[in-house]
Design a protein around this ligand. Structure first.
Ligand code: HEM
Length: 378
């Protein structure tokens, strides 16, 4: 239930040990006025600092204001602790130049080259209504009501300036981002996050996660690029697949999460090992082989995804899957090549479908209370 620090060199919610619950939202900016956008970001920052400390969104609170006005907090988190709430903001390519090519806010020349629309990958079945967005906020907490309360109040504060484009609830983290956490499982029943980048790996975080001075525009130094992919899982088909086949597809055992060439979860996969039949033990189309850093010049990702179930689809199937979230220093060297390899060959593809996609630039953290989200950009 404890509160996590809001201020710091990097934004919270990235290396923060992944909380259990997610409410992710992407907004379209609907104002044409730069001043309105900037004042909303100031108001959001103040509200975010308060809510992550376990307080109301506004200074009067849900019941402390004048009865004649709508309260400056919506009230559903009254009495709930901070619950490890983190709020992480990111800016999408459309904020710099919209779909019609307009530079609405005079910041087109500040767009990092790394923040470009993702290419179309083979097999993509993206729904534009739940893809993209000008600004995102990732709310993570141990209590879903706390995460939803935070997003709801930011949307309320932003009324007239932004409108919600899409949002996604997630339950059950699918990654560990800290060596102290047990590895959770995704909805295919496999441990997910074993080989993830972890908070304790200081030099790897520096190399693979945080943007360096000189990588692009200064305002992103100390920040990170975020890619989200909503990946529907065809779980009914998966559930009719044999255990041996499931393990071959992933390249790890379902029980312990050990590589098929090892005995324990954290044993390194031996991608060169061949079985008695001369075939590789970890198949050429196994997920862990194709995603492995050795296939991508050492590139690694910090994965921070969540399981989702959006009810059922009316055809007798659960509308379920993985809301994939990955942070990285440069998507051009990390997510894009890895996903290109997976989209072409991954044995998992028969059981999954990518239905939404987005990319955002998440600036560095705020050093102190007199700063606000996006100040260095505007
Ligand atoms: C590893 C599942 C999508 C990148 C794994 C592992 C599982 C898994 C079970 C092994 C345990 C681990 O190290 O975490 C899935 C499922 C997906 C999915 C069910 C879709 C529903 C993706 C996507 C990417 C990705 C879209 C990136 C484009 C990785 C990476 C590893 C990994 C980099 C670690 C490989 C290694 O170093 O051994 N995934 N994954 N995964 N996955 Fe995925």
């Amino acid at each position: 239930g404890a509160a996590l620090p809001f201020y710091g060199a990097h934004q919270a919610g990235i290396v923060t040990p992944a909380q259990d619950r997610l409410h992710f939202v992407a907004f379209d900016v609907i104002t044409r006025t730069r001043e309105d956008l900037v004042s909303m970001l100031e108001a959001w920052t103040a509200a975010a600092a308060r809510m992550t400390a376990g307080r109301d969104a506004g200074t009067h609170g849900a019941v402390g204001g004048v009865p004649e006005a709508p309260p400056d907090d919506t009230g559903e988190a009254i009495g709930l602790p901070a619950s490890g709430l983190t709020l992480t903001i990111g800016f999408g390519p459309g904020l710099f130049r919209d779909a019609d090519g307009r530079d609405r806010f005079g910041i087109a020349d500040r767009r990092p080259d790394a923040l470009a629309e993702l290419p179309r990958f083979p097999g993509d079945a993206l729904d534009p209504a739940i893809s993209g967005g000008d600004i995102c906020v990732q709310a993570c907490a141990h209590d879903p009501q706390v995460a939803v309360h935070a997003i709801r109040n930011l949307a309320r504060i932003g009324m007239g300036v932004v409108s919600v484009r899409w949002s996604q609830l997630g339950f059950g983290r699918t990654s560990s981002t800290s060596a102290g956490q047990p590895t959770p499982r995704n909805l295919f029943g496999f441990k997910d996050g074993t080989a993830n980048l972890k908070a304790e790996e200081a030099s790897a975080l520096d190399e693979h996660l945080w943007v360096h001075a000189g990588d692009g525009p200064d305002w992103m130094t100390g920040g990170s690029y975020l890619v989200t992919r909503k990946i529907r899982m065809i779980i009914e088909t998966w559930d009719r697949t044999s255990l041996r086949e499931q393990e071959a597809i992933v390249g790890r055992t379902k029980g312990d999460g050990a590589p098929l060439t090892g005995a324990a979860e954290f044993d390194e996969p031996d991608l060169a090992a061949a079985g008695p039949d001369g075939l590789p033990v970890i198949a050429t189309d196994a997920h862990v082989r194709l995603a492995h850093p050795s296939a991508h010049g050492g590139a690694r990702l910090l994965r921070r995804g969540y399981n989702y179930v959006d009810g059922s689809d009316g055809l007798g199937r659960l509308d379920a899957g993985l809301f994939f979230i990955a942070y990285q220093r440069d998507p051009r060297r990390q997510f894009i090549p890895v996903q290109t390899a997976l989209a072409r060959r991954d044995a998992l593809n028969e059981y999954i479908r990518h239905v939404s996609s987005a990319i955002f630039a998440c600036p560095p953290g705020l050093p102190a209370a007199d700063d606000f989200w996006g100040r260095s950009l505007f």
